[in-house]
Design a protein around this ligand. Structure first.
Ligand code: HEM
Ligand code: 2DC
Length: 472
């Protein structure tokens, strides 16, 4: 018989104890480990209540499939209240990230065509490839300056710049020039503010932002200030393109040159200016820490697995030979490289979980779950579960190349119509980065320190990753 909702295991009956345990386990930085522990304690389904956050948690791919079948026509994920509060407070429009219902759908449909449809990749590739080349040139320069024929470095700031340069080039069809010697201080402030924005979100996940605002709390003020910097910088970039378009600047209107996502959206004239600005700002902000962190983790794994690094290099070099300079074609013949990115996201997902408010009564693990319930798939826990991924601790991209093994297991970008809007940009940008790095450098580790994840809204390395880069 199907068991009732209220019998789902978990500590949800004791909210005070949950909050206390949470605090004791250094909960805010540790959500991913707490979820792993909970699945170990309660099994593949458990219910949890923290503050106003009440969710059912699942871990199995089969249950993920059920979850996404019950997401409805307007899928909604967990609402990050401080992000919504900022926009309400400043009277700014929400972009697709925070919109819901028909408003979300109609915006998302238009954006999909410009940002994630398969045919747009051809537009992105030349731009992103150029950024990749510039990154390599910058590294050669650093190596030269070191005088040691190598460069030992924590690359995270460099990768932030690479990521912002990449997403900027695609959105605006222009280069910021962040990979030159002197970086624009406004761009640096933008980068720093995104990190602050993410970091200050976590303590507010379980406390109403309005309350914190009334208390004049530090974390709310820092959060507001970070969003202000993000929106103002994005506004400047958007205004710049908008003016160029209105002035009929030839370069922007040149039929043979891809003008960028923003110019296309403006010319298409299907969304209001405010809607376009809101979503382009989200794309710009969403495009920095996500891909850079994933790339840093990938380099970390390649430095720990030198044989695999050589195997990937061989794949890249042979794809280069056969494609004869046609990069779009080359990208189609790199199965192991693409599997490596999947493997990185398995062990080091950006999002600790995927969530949906289910729209119909559903059964999972033989429990009845009513419509309206927030169901979370523990993405980090799933990636490290030995029943789902044999030898989960080993970094092994080839596991993704076997047939019939990926059913609802590769979910790093989410799933369905509400999946990551930046996915195509992110994947292309990361593939090109790795191609250029493998073509030019050997990545070596500096020490054997094991780096773990910490939760700062997105999952990031808990300590610096220092690597040595050598020319081949
Ligand atoms: C949403 C992951 C890069 C913009 C999401 C979601 C995930 C995710 C898991 C939620 C999906 C769902 O609920 O099903 C990632 C990962 C990235 C990445 C792993 C890189 C490795 C980017 C980039 C951008 C971006 C580069 C912008 C250019 C967005 C936006 C949404 C989103 C706007 C909200 C979409 C909506 O609600 O309709 N991302 N992301 N992401 N991401 Fe990404
Ligand atoms: C954080 O419990 C943990 O892609 C919460 O590019 C549940 C939750 C809800 C939404 C998730 C968030 C988590 C992690 C960061 C995500 C976000 C949706 C989009 C966002 C996954 C798992 C992200 C990083 C976007 C951010 C764009 C923004 C900067 C404009």
């Amino acid at each position: 018989a199907i068991r009732p909702f209220k019998e789902i295991p978990g500590s949800w009956k004791n909210e005070v104890a949950t909050l206390y345990n949470f605090w004791k386990q250094d909960g805010f930085k540790n959500i991913h480990n707490i979820m792993v522990n909970n699945f170990n304690t309660f099994g593949p389904i458990y219910r949890e209540k923290i503050g106003y956050y009440d969710s059912v948690n699942i871990i199995n791919p089969e249950d993920a499939a059920i979850l996404f079948k019950a997401e409805g026509h307007y899928p909604e994920r967990f609402r990050v209240e401080p992000w919504i509060a900022y926009r309400d407070f400043r009277h700014r429009e929400r972009g697709v990230l925070l919109k819901d219902g028909e408003d979300w759908r109609s915006n998302r449909v238009v954006l999909n065509k410009e940002v994630i449809a398969p045919r747009v990749q051809g537009n992105f590739v030349p731009l992103l490839d150029e950024v990749g080349q510039d990154f390599v040139a910058r590294i050669y320069k650093k190596i030269e300056r070191s005088g040691q024929n190598k460069w030992t470095v924590d690359l995270h700031q460099e990768l932030f710049k690479y990521a912002l340069e990449s997403v900027g080039s695609v959105l605006y069809g222009e280069r910021f020039g962040l990979l030159q010697d002197h970086i624009d201080p406004d761009a640096q402030r933008f980068i720093d503010s995104i990190t602050v924005m993410f970091k200050t979100t976590t303590p507010m996940l379980y406390i109403p932002p309005a309350l914190l605002r009334r208390l004049g709390s530090r974390v709310w003020r820092d959060h507001m200030e970070a969003w202000d910097v993000i929106f103002n910088q994005a506004d400047r970039c958007i205004q710049n393109i908008y003016r160029q378009l209105r002035a009929g600047k030839e370069d922007t209107l040149d039929q043979n040159k891809y003008p960028g996502v923003l110019a296309n959206l403006l010319m298409l004239d299907k969304l209001s200016i405010e809607d376009i600005k809101a979503s382009v700002t989200e794309l710009m902000a969403g495009g920095v820490d996500t891909t850079s962190t994933t790339l840093l983790w990938t380099l970390y794994e390649l430095s720990r697995n030198p044989d695999l690094q050589e195997e990937l290099r061989a794949e890249v070099l042979s794809a280069q030979q056969t494609s004869q300079g046609d990069i779009l074609l080359m990208l189609k013949s790199l199965p192991l490289l693409k599997a490596a990115i999947k493997e990185t996201l398995r062990l080091h997902p950006v999002a600790v979980s995927l969530q949906r408010y289910i729209t119909e009564d559903t059964v999972m693990q033989n429990y009845q779950i009513p419509a309206g319930t927030l169901v979370q798939l523990g993405l980090y826990a799933m990636g490290r579960n030995h029943r789902i991924f044999p030898h989960p601790e080993t970094y092994q991209p080839s596991r993704w190349l076997k047939r019939d093994t990926a059913y609802f297991k590769s979910l790093g970008f989410g799933f369905g119509p509400r999946q990551c809007l930046g996915r195509r940009i992110a994947e292309t940008e990361m593939q090109l980065f790795l191609i250029h790095m493998l073509q030019n450098f050997r990545i070596e580790r500096q020490n054997k320190v094991k780096v773990k994840s910490k939760f700062e809204l997105i999952l990031v390395p808990d300590k610096p990753i220092v690597l040595t880069i050598r020319p081949l």
